[in-house]
Write a protein that binds this ligand. Structure first.
Ligand SMILES: C[S@@+](CC[C@H](N)C(=O)[O-])C[C@H]1O[C@@H](n2cnc3c(N)ncnc32)[C@H](O)[C@@H]1O
Length: 386
């Protein structure tokens, strides 16, 4: 069975999801989607194997959708009739719980609530029993089956979600310090920095908070599948093949290895470091990361050069209104003193603040962190005399 699949990503993360799919041996095509709250994504094709593997292995995607069908629809009777022809029975049991998420743009059908009702009714027509309408609320499991509907220029695209809770919820981060990063964004920072291709080089995060960057790095270095600890929506589908899933899990476990390099994570806040350690233990990588409670001024990096990948405070979610220029200036000095020749990838809200490090950045990649526009500044640390 060949399925049309779509890995949804946050804006800016498409190239990384595409690279990951290529690494899994799955040919993919980036597709910009300007509707929906979740940004763009990457279209690809494959069978159940590709679908299960994408959910198990992708580090930078938010969810994986199956394209159920698409057709022209300019009126409600036409919408219901055409939607009822789709193979709902592969994804939903008669009377199952269903949440329909709709976006309408430049279409005759513009009332998203009414479209959602017709789509649910169409699934009921096909299955012989109407689904139970439910809200998709990640904080209130068990989650219903999510269906994503887009109407653009009267063209309706219907997709079934195969992931359930968003894929950044790997299952290990039960505790957070202040302003945690999404795991998907932390993974993208590691890809963008170049460290992901050199996982035996030392890696340092001196503002580690709840440890997301270091833990994602350790999972990558171990070649551990990020989804190995969690449930997915496809496990509730009528055709779910548990034997196949178990075989993929076993294959992924056999591929793991000890992390080949040194990963250091530190923060000046003792509570944050304890949280990071607890999260690393749940992720099964506590032994791969050296944690320390220390201010950035006291870092003791391993012999390098290596990579500093980090997310210092930038004053919006932490200490609003506080002037952080001194901290960035100090960070730049500390790096020149202790990490000359190292690569730096730093997430920050403004070039103004980043500029206070006095590091020459080669690139600034626009991304979103918790809905806020930020940039990943990438460059090489010069020597003290530079
Ligand atoms: C934006 S948070 C990092 C969040 C982290 N990436 C995560 O996913 O949880 C910034 C962190 O920098 C730490 N911090 C602030 N000033 C510091 C300093 N001078 N030295 C070391 N850590 C500092 C804070 O305690 C906070 O945990």
């Amino acid at each position: 069975m060949n399925l049309r699949l779509f890995a949804v990503t946050a804006p800016g993360l498409e190239p990384f999801a595409m690279r990951e799919l290529a690494g899994l041996g799955i040919a993919a095509q980036a597709e910009a989607v300007d509707e929906g709250e979740e940004g763009g994504g990457v279209a690809f094709e494959g069978g159940l194997d590709a679908l299960y593997r994408a959910n198990l292995h992708l580090r930078t995607a938010s969810r994986v959708l199956v394209r159920l069908g698409d057709f022209y629809a300019a009126g409600f009777p036409e919408l219901r009739k055409k939607a009822a022809r789709l193979p709902w029975e592969s994804y939903l049991a008669p009377g199952g719980r269903l949440a329909v998420r709709v976006t309408c743009h430049k279409s005759k059908l513009y009332h998203s609530g009414a479209v959602a009702e017709r789509i649910a009714a169409a699934a009921g027509d096909r299955l012989g029993k109407p689904p139970e309408a439910a809200r998709f609320d990640e904080s209130a499991p068990p989650l219903p089956q999510l269906v994503v509907v887009r109407l653009l220029h009267d063209h309706c695209t219907i997709s079934v979600d195969s992931s359930g809770a968003l894929l950044h919820r790997r299952g290990y981060r039960l505790e957070t310090a202040k302003a945690p990063l999404r795991e998907t964004l932390a993974a993208a920072m590691l890809f963008a920095s170049g460290w992901a291709e050199n996982p035996s080089a030392p890696l340092l995060d001196p503002f580690c908070g709840s440890g997301t960057i270091a833990i994602e790095a350790a999972l990558m270095a171990r070649r551990a599948a990020p989804g190995k600890q969690r449930r997915f929506a496809f496990m509730d589908w009528p055709g779910y093949d548990d034997a196949r899933w178990q075989a993929l899990l076993a294959q992924a476990a056999a591929n793991e290895r000890p992390a080949p390099g040194v990963i250091q994570a530190s923060d000046r806040d003792a509570g944050a470091v304890r949280t990071a350690q607890a999260n690393a233990e749940r992720a099964g990588v506590a032994g791969e990361i050296q944690f320390d409670c220390r201010a950035v001024s006291g870092i003791q990096p391993p012999p390098g050069p290596g990579w500093v990948v980090t997310n210092p405070p930038y004053g919006v979610r932490i200490s609003p209104g506080r002037d952080l220029r001194d901290l960035y200036a100090q960070f730049g000095n500390v790096l020149r003193a202790h990490c000359p020749g190292w690569e730096l990838a730093m997430l920050c809200s403004t070039p103004y603040l980043a500029g206070h490090t006095r590091i020459r950045f080669e690139r600034a990649l626009p991304l979103l962190n918790g809905g806020m526009p930020v940039k990943l500044f990438v460059g090489r640390v010069g020597a003290q005399s530079d």
